[in-house]
Write a protein that binds this ligand. Sequence first.
Ligand code: FES
Length: 106
Amino acid sequence: MPTVIYVTGDGRRIKVEIETGSNVMEGAIRNGVPGIDGDCGGAAACGTCHVLVDEGRFALLPAPSEEEQTMLDFVDDARQNSRLGCQIKMDASLDGLIVTLPVAQH
Ligand code: FES
């Protein structure tokens, strides 16, 4: 299974295996990673799964949908490498992905 490394606001690195086809938000919720709530269940409608993707992998992700981009315009602490965790579906090409949780979410 591909892994994701979550970097929390206090600097902890939490490594989680995520089934192919599941997303970064679901992986965080199932493994108790603090700082990702996933309030809307993955509908790109709440922004509580906002993550900052490591620069090396950011360009590999498909472009955000219109719904995701609209939500990203509203989240706190948005940056150029911001994405919604619920919209990042895991597969082998993303193994080792590092996502940082914005300080505003803690
Ligand atoms: Fe709500 Fe991702 S879980 S936007």
